[in-house]
Design a protein around this ligand. Structure first.
Ligand SMILES: Nc1ncnc2c1ncn2[C@@H]1O[C@H](COP(=O)(O)OP(=O)(O)OP(=O)(O)O)[C@@H](O)[C@H]1O
Length: 329
């Protein structure tokens, strides 16, 4: 008996794998579950297998192992039924530079055999409006900025109502203004109830727009969950400056801090350590900073400075993947 696919997952994969001829696996045993209504950030360094996964999900290439369901239907078998309900933008839109933005959308719409030509104008104007290109609709697409071209590509994907929008690196190559435009568009689409699945190699992008995330590294899934869970899992690093470094080390160790280190500082020594995560030790209460400070003072440690540096989501990802992450666009 197979496992029942979850009713609420718009994308669900089981052991999905792809090995290109002669290569090592580009995607290796992927179990992905994308909840309906989420803005799902598919995160990973360049070459980690994101585009390959998206191509398999959309039936553009065949998997070499495992299975994928899109909107509850098996892919690629149900592609004909499912894909009309999915909008996708992969590796930049194909546009005619000599046509206006509006002209491009008319052309896309005309290429869709299910689209009624009598209602074309209304669809095109609504899509332009949706992505904020109404005012620039008459300009030739070749005069558009990269961000405007991306928005036009998204407008093309939105000519029909979609349950799911798949965007492969939608902000890649954009300037900060263009990135902001795409991010606010993604947020607005999500508010209207469209599930958005977007790939990115930018951590702050995921933090800013996504409710959920999955992290890929070398073709494998490292972790998936809500962005809030992931941030909560980010432990902080406590730093204590004191002339009594050795005693401070002992007290902090006794309170469950790990990865302790001492550095000489003008004020004496600065002892730093990882705070225990929630539920460490299992069942234990989260560490209370006031208690820690009191314990230090009780042990005769003269505390000159005491503070916590909160680990960023980036620290979490780096610790999960064991590698640095590209941080710039
Ligand atoms: N058509 C192909 N033939 C052979 N190898 C490929 C092909 N496409 C991708 N690969 C390899 O598969 C691996 C995963 O690539 P993929 O493009 O899926 O990663 P990615 O995470 O999307 O990265 P990027 O953001 O750079 O596109 C890489 O090692 C890549 O070289």
């Amino acid at each position: 008996m197979g496992r029942q696919p979850s009713a609420e997952a718009v994308i669900e994969t089981r052991g999905l794998s792809k090995t290109y001829r002669g290569g090592r696996p580009a995607v290796d045993g992927l179990d992905l579950s994308v909840p309906r209504g989420s803005v799902f950030g598919f995160l990973g360094p360049n070459g980690s297998g994101k585009t390959t996964t998206i191509r398999m999900l959309l039936g553009l290439i065949d998997a070499t192992g495992g299975s994928a369901r899109l909107l509850g239907e098996p892919m690629p078998r149900a592609a004909g039924r499912v894909l009309p309900r999915v909008g996708a933008l992969i590796e930049g839109p194909a546009l005619y530079g000599f046509l206006s933005g509006r002209g491009n959308l008319r052309r896309y719409d005309a290429a869709d055999p299910t689209a009624d030509p009598r209602t074309r104008d209304a669809r095109v104007e609504a899509a332009l409006e949706r992505v904020g290109l109404s005012a620039a609709a008459g300009k030739k697409a070749k005069a558009y900025s990269l961000g405007m071209k991306q928005r036009l590509g998204i407008a093309a994907a939105l000519l029909q109502p979609r349950e799911l929008l798949v965007l492969d690196e939608p902000t890649n190559g954009l300037d900060p203004q263009g990135m902001r435009e795409i991010r606010s568009l993604v947020r607005a689409l999500a508010q209207d109830g469209t599930t958005v699945f977007l790939s990115s190699h930018l951590l702050d992008e995921i933090e800013q727009v996504c409710s959920h995330t999955a992290v890929m590294n070398r073709g494998r899934l490292v972790t998936q969950g809500t962005v809030a869970e992931m941030s909560a899992g980010a432990r902080g690093r406590l730093s204590v400056t004191t002339p009594d470094g050795a005693d401070a080390m002992r007290v902090l160790k006794g309170h469950g801090l790990s990865d302790l280190a001492t550095a000489e500082s003008p004020e004496g020594q600065t002892v730093t350590g990882e705070l225990p995560g929630p539920g460490e030790p299992p069942g234990g209460p989260p560490p209370d900073l006031a208690d820690l400070n009191a314990a230090l003072v009780r042990a005769g440690v003269r505390v000159r400075a005491f503070g916590v540096t909160r680990a960023s989501l980036e620290d979490v990802f780096v610790s999960l993947t064991g590698e640095g992450f590209d941080v710039a666009g």
